[in-house]
Design a protein around this ligand. Structure first.
Ligand code: GLU
Length: 293
């Protein structure tokens, strides 16, 4: 079912330019365009390029070429997250000021060692919906003068959301409206399942969760159409929206296109990209058929 009843329906396709597009991206982009058209709305294109080490301008150029070939049009300008870091920083600073974000000093290796020590001792360690271990609670309880000393002496740190404090600050259950290919209707958000997510990294600024939430609001996105692999992440996005006083879009998480053996499509698995299919003589109508539209 296509959601209705919003003013100026605004959709976005938000690829990360760290590789080329494959059929899974084509389904997402085409579905966004089709739903925008059906509602008389418009489509935005956003480059989620905060991971500067992996994102490259040549991938962005190739993505635009693929999307034009698919027959998509979108409103200009294209938003590049790397050009808006101050907006995400401002949101982070607000959360820090409210005591809802804290500096996290443990390295990946330290976290891993802590988790495996616990598991070897027969104590299970909480994991997020993607299977990653929750961040240990140590830094959440550091005294503020110790935090300040460690930051002042240049200890490498990320910023993490104190998810329990954040949920308590909201003081109400959160939900979202879902119209996609998984469970639909009013879905209960479960931000606690994620543990203390990263809001700002030490190596790449900002984080996916923070920037996607800020951008969807700043760009007036009313409908988020993306893969079912991000269904659970919506719990954290709803919490951040509520904390930052931002509106909640309607969500539509679509089925995923998988490879022959059921794996999620990706460049690293050697799955055929759209540009290759184009070079092999496929038309954009063929791509529509291939993704089941
Ligand atoms: N940038 C994300 C990706 O390429 C999509 C994020 C979203 O649609 O919320 O997987």
């Amino acid at each position: 079912m296509i959601p209705t009843g919003r003013q100026n329906p605004t959709f976005r396709f938000a690829p990360s330019p760290n590789g080329s597009l494959h059929l899974g991206h084509a389904l997402s982009a085409l579905l966004n365009a089709d739903m925008a058209e059906a509602l008389g709305g418009h489509l935005l294109l956003r480059m989620e390029d905060i991971d500067i080490a992996r994102c490259k301008p040549e991938f962005e150029t190739a993505i635009v070429e693929d999307l034009l070939w698919l027959g998509l049009t979108w409103q200009q300008p294209v938003r590049r997250q790397s050009e808006h870091l101050s907006a995400y920083r401002q949101a982070l600073d607000g959360l820090i000021a409210r005591g809802l974000a804290y500096p996290a000093f443990m390295s990946r290796g330290e976290v891993k060692a802590r988790v495996s020590a616990s598991e070897k001792a027969g104590r299970s360690w909480p994991r997020d919906p993607d299977g990653a271990p929750h961040y240990p609670p140590d830094d959440r309880h550091l005294a503020s003068d110790e935090r300040e000393t460690r930051i002042a002496r240049g200890d490498k740190h990320a910023w993490r959301l104190d998810v329990e404090a954040a949920v308590a600050a909201i003081g109400a259950d959160l939900d979202f409206q879902e119209t996609g290919d998984g469970p639909t209707g009013v879905i209960k958000a479960d931000p606690l399942a994620w543990g203390d997510v990263v809001l700002w990294r030490s190596d790449a600024p900002s984080s996916y969760h923070l920037s996607v939430t800020v951008d969807d609001a700043l760009q007036g996105v009313t409908h988020v159409v993306r893969g079912l692999d991000l269904f659970a992440a919506t719990g954290i996005h709803r919490l951040l929206q509520e904390l930052l006083g931002l509106p909640a879009p309607v969500y539509h998480h679509h089925r995923l296109i998988t490879g022959a053996d059921g794996h999620k499509l990706s460049k690293s698995n050697g799955d055929t990209g759209l540009a290759e299919l184009r070079a092999q003589g496929f038309s954009s109508a063929d791509i529509r058929r291939l993704v089941g539209l």
